[in-house]
Design a protein around this ligand. Sequence first.
Ligand code: PLP
Length: 476
Amino acid sequence: MDSQDFREFGKAMVDYIADYLDTIRERNVIPSVEPGYLQELLPKEAPAQGENWKDVLLDVERAIMPGVTHWHSPYFNAYYPTANSYPGIVGEMLSAGIGCIGFSWMSSPACTELEVIMMNWLGKLIDLPEVFLNCSDGPGGGVIQGSASEATLVGLLSAKEKIVKDLRKSNPDLTEADIKGKLVAYTSDQANSSVEKAGLLASVPMIHLPTDNCILRGETLREAIRRDREAGLIPCYVVATLGTTGTCAFDNLEELGLVCNEENLWLHVDAAYAGSAFVCPEYRHLMKGIELCDSFNFNPHKWMLVNFDCSPMWVKNSQYLVEAFNVDRIYLKHQHEGHAPDYRHWQIPLGRRFRSLKLWFVLRIYGIEGIQKHIRTQIDLAKHFEQLVCSDRRFEVATSSMGLVCFRLKGEDNLTQILLDKITANKKVYIIPCHYQGKLVLRFVICARTTTVDDVNTSWSEIVFQANEIIPRSQI
Ligand code: PLP
């Protein structure tokens, strides 16, 4: 393919994407395919001769789209959002076009330098304490990870190395193996599955502590640390969640931070979804105590209009990351070391994409006001949905926080389960369940950037339509 073909293919693809997003409401949000469907539609081997891009594009609609779950449909109300915006998409395009691998400053200075500046912009935008920013005098700084899962693991691996160094300094007889074999970490029973996975990957048991109405409290952590120290274990790491996956609950950061600081534990904050809300000052009280944590992470790729993947992580002391992950080779060295971060030391892989471009595009083209408007609109839409649920006496709202409303049919869980099965089978609206206080609830999340009040009403009509088959309106 030469550059002329690329111009045509690229322009055709831009049209295809714009048409797809403009008409997405016409497609069922859940696809009607069975496992293995694509094997029936594509050849068993790659083509011997190159094909025309127009044929490839035709096959996107014929073979791929029937198997796509439409995450950007306003009737996709499952999980949490994954961001999608035109500036974000174009930023991805440029990142692919430049195609650099920014593992060190020298390997593409703009890649590192734009990331440093974006981490400062974004940190200031959510009012992170200055100590976390690259522009502060100290060793703090931010980096874009690929996912919240990686950020949690990076935090844990750094905490692990730090505690080994700390303990061996005060007690040189202890071996690394003695210490590592006794480490434990904590999180709440509401934490995302990725937190448990970080424990598995780092070989540190991740203990799930009980919550108080889905919120992890300081006293619970303190008691667990006391119990485990008595048993000869070495507590080293805590993951607090601001905006849990199930119900968007907020752990008590201030209480947890005080305990972690007293006990010398690394406190990592996973604000994967809800962190974007901190662009709005009225939600910042939920991050009270942030100055007490060691690392903080959220996903603009969820709720802040930056296409996947973009998961900024800030640390108070980047030296701990660099010390944990520094594996050098002569071919990676350069003459400017020490003057700017070499981000390969802050992450798991060596290679890294130019992710900050899409963040820059989004921040500039939406502006702070545009992003705040997006968050506030989505929260208002969730409130509208909550009112709709409350207006029907067959239903009850279990929790409501940010863009998420958890609701259920009153009565036994099996009614709610049947409702969910019917909604899913009809494929027009996508919602998923979770448990709240021992009961089955349905999570309804405002996800698509383009969602309107009419869309929320349409989703609700489908839920009511299915509910009528379980509990007819005449019975209420
Ligand atoms: N943490 C929380 C609270 C989440 O809700 C999620 C995903 O929804 C994650 C972590 C995982 O995010 P990622 O896919 O970026 O690893």
